[in-house]
Design a binder for this molecule. Structure first.
Ligand SMILES: *[C@@H]1O[C@H](CO)[C@@H](O)[C@H](O)[C@H]1NC(C)=O
Ligand SMILES: *[C@@H]1O[C@H](CO)[C@@H](O)[C@H](O)[C@H]1NC(C)=O
Ligand SMILES: *[C@@H]1O[C@H](CO)[C@@H](O)[C@H](O)[C@H]1NC(C)=O
Ligand SMILES: *[C@@H]1O[C@H](CO)[C@@H](O)[C@H](O)[C@H]1NC(C)=O
Ligand SMILES: *[C@@H]1O[C@H](CO)[C@@H](O)[C@H](O)[C@H]1NC(C)=O
Ligand SMILES: *[C@@H]1O[C@H](CO)[C@@H](O)[C@H](O)[C@H]1NC(C)=O
Ligand SMILES: *[C@@H]1O[C@H](CO)[C@@H](O)[C@H](O)[C@H]1NC(C)=O
Length: 481
């Protein structure tokens, strides 16, 4: 669970990027990570690697050493552990199709046990004790290149190099010659062992990350009927200071449903100024309305208002006097069905939609449900996107509508009555119900497990981009597994 959080964040780290023009291989959603996002991810990653690697055990070293006046001594270092690492300076750069993370001048504390044994005349002499080593000037450079592979991201090449400038050895106890003996015999070996062990550890971590990347789910379930296609498309695109990756992003029926293929609209998103940006193209919204429409989820039966009062003909006395006259004070029921997948259009000014809705008005007369009229309406709505938790949420406002009475038991109604009835139903019943659902929103891809903040929503032609920072507190306290 917690691991997934880490993974998703790592994915963001290694995968988000900028010029949408480049995610040409069928991505309808793209994730960008800016330089600040990369820096944040870098610090997170360094923390993570350190906290999950320490204490880091190094192999034992043993040597026969010639000590003046004493002769041949068998000396050994065992239980060698790096138990603390301090990183003061690090950076992450993009380039050459890869990400380069470098750490310079880090220090590390190593603890170990020493022992020696030698023969003097008839005696066998041996001793043991503890020593500590301060590793100074440790430079580390790791490079990863990422490619898209069968809908996943994978690390195509990885490389890690660690260089240690010097170490300081402190020997506790032992004979007076011991210190120099350890330094002479083991200094180089300790340095090379630290360098090798750290490099290998980093490579091992990258391998794990690679496995995690490739095991990321290819779809995100939204509810029993609907999922989002999270397949990665194409290769990550790196530029100067950001990384971008495309995902298919379209809504689809859960299981063996109808396959939705989105027409690829062209939009150009600005470079993200926050840590990350999630650019969503118009066709994603249209795939959502299509899939919900096909799943027969665009149907509403209403018997009461949002505030819980039952619909009654008496409330409609003024707008539908004919109804009240024929069925005074009886309960009503409205069946509303969207008759075609609502169309969504996005411009710099926001989101527009058109919804075709058929409304059947029923009365419940002594337990019998009787249809009394049917209206056909076409409405145009303005949508506003907002962020609720880590969901993209929103709301709709009625901009205009047409209504015609397609069937009626109430006789011919005047056009203005029809307009009033439709207006009342749309404004006070239909849209409030729809907005209740939209307010909950839909999960933004790959944001699971961390908190987004300072969100900004940018509308462009044919798309909307959610830009945000990531709250560090939560991430840093995430523990592994
Ligand atoms: C590492 O060693 C230095 C000096 O010996 C000491 O000041 C520092 O606190 C040590 N760090 C840790 C985490 O133990
Ligand atoms: C890289 O960055 C420099 C300055 O930071 C800028 O002038 C240049 O256009 C950038 N190149 C690309 C490909 O974005
Ligand atoms: C998901 O997206 C990928 C990449 O665009 C596509 O190849 C695949 O057919 C899609 N899957 C479904 C079930 O639509
Ligand atoms: C309940 O909703 C109806 C119609 O939407 C409205 O006329 C009425 O004032 C509301 N009552 C309360 C208590 O909010
Ligand atoms: C209205 O909806 C109810 C509940 O779904 C259903 O039983 C009824 O058949 C519907 N009536 C019409 C006319 O669609
Ligand atoms: C709205 O979008 C659809 C497809 O997404 C497109 O066919 C239509 O022309 C657009 N309408 C406007 C007014 O932009
Ligand atoms: C209403 O109908 C007119 C004419 O048929 C049409 O031009 C207009 O776009 C329609 N309005 C809506 C909201 O569909």
């Amino acid at each position: 669970m917690v691991l997934t959080k880490v993974i998703t964040f790592l994915v963001l780290f290694v995968s988000i990027s900028p010029s949408l023009a480049q995610s040409k291989d069928g991505g309808h959603v793209s994730l960008q990570v800016s330089q600040t996002g990369l820096d944040f991810a870098k610090d997170f990653l360094i923390q993570k690697v350190i906290s999950t690697s320490l204490p880091l055990q190094l192999p034992e070293i043993e040597k026969k050493v010639k000590i003046p006046l004493i002769g041949k001594v068998r000396m050994g270092l065992s239980n060698i552990k790096i138990y603390a690492v301090d990183v003061q300076s690090s950076k992450v750069e993009t380039g050459e199709g890869g990400l380069v993370l470098s750490v310079s001048g880090a220090t590390a504390n190593v603890s170990m046990d020493w022992s020696y044994a030698y023969k003097a005349s008839f005696f066998h002499i041996s001793d043991h004790g503890a020593a500590s080593v301060k590793v100074k000037g440790m430079d580390l450079k790791s490079t990863v290149t990422l490619v898209g592979d069968k809908g996943s991201l994978k690390i195509a090449s990885r490389d890690s190099d660690c260089k240690v400038k010097s170490i300081g050895i402190h020997v506790n106890g032992g004979a007076s010659w011991l210190y120099q003996g350890v330094v002479d015999a083991f200094e180089k070996k300790i340095i090379s062992t630290v360098e090798e062990t750290v490099s290998n550890k980093i490579l091992e971590k990258m391998k794990k990350l690679d496995a995690k990347l490739q095991s990321l789910p290819k779809e995100g379930k939204i509810d029993d009927n609907v999922a989002v296609n999270l397949t990665f498309t194409g290769n990550p695109v790196l530029d100067n200071s950001s990384v971008e990756v495309g995902i298919n992003g379209l809504f689809m029926a859960n299981g063996d449903g109808v396959k939705v293929s989105g027409f690829q609209s062209s939009s150009s998103f600005p470079k993200v100024k926050r840590m990350m940006g999630i650019a969503i193209k118009e066709e994603v919204f249209n795939s959502a309305t299509l899939v919900y429409f096909i799943a027969k989820k665009m149907h509403l039966d209403i018997e009461q208002t949002k505030n819980g009062s039952a619909l009654s003909t008496s409330d409609w006395k003024l707008i539908l006097p004919e109804l009240y006259k024929q069925y005074p004070d009886v309960k009503m029921m409205l069946n509303m069905s969207v008759t075609s997948p609502p169309a969504v259009n996005i411009t710099e000014n926001g989101i527009d939609g058109t919804i075709n809705l058929e409304i059947s008005i029923h009365v419940k007369n002594s337990g019998v449900v009787l249809p009394v009229a049917r209206l056909s309406t076409a409405m145009s709505v303005a949508g506003t996107a907002e962020i609720a938790e880590n969901n993209l949420a929103g709301s709709l406002k009625l901009k205009g509508f047409n209504a015609t009475m397609t069937w009626s038991k109430l006789g011919d109604l005047q056009a203005n009555y029809i307009q009033d009835v439709a207006s009342t139903i749309l404004e006070s019943l239909f849209l409030p119900y729809v907005n209740t659902r939209l307010k909950r929103g839909f999960p933004l891809p790959f944001t699971h497990g961390f908190k987004i903040k300072n969100t900004e929503i940018v509308y462009v032609e044919n798309g909307v981009m959610v830009c945000s920072d990531v709250a560090s507190g939560k991430i840093i306290t995430v523990s592994q597994d």
